[in-house]
Design a protein. Sequence first.
Length: 123
Amino acid sequence: MDMDKKKGSSNSTCAAINCKNRVSNCSYSFFRFPKDESRAERWALAAGREDLLQSRGRLHITHRLCGAHFEKKMFIVNETRKTLLFQAVPTLFPCLEGSTSGVLAEHSYCSFLNVPHASSHSF
């Protein structure tokens, strides 16, 4: 499988497959994967990163997702900080659908890479 993300990716990049957002080029907040392994697994699967399941106990240390992948209702916002609700699960992944339509299309300051779907041929 050809993936934009590789094992051991830095926590300065979004771990969602095909998401090009980085802490340095995006105004979204970045959120560590949950320490709870079952919740971390849900995040990894939602982000198209089954490869991360091998290290699900360390995901909260090594990987983050950007705020672009969470619905507004998943945030607690106060005057100084934006945090996620405990039960928050990322659900917005137009980069997995090969499209930038929908909620994220209104944000031109972050970009996504469209990658064609892999064929069924083995390499």
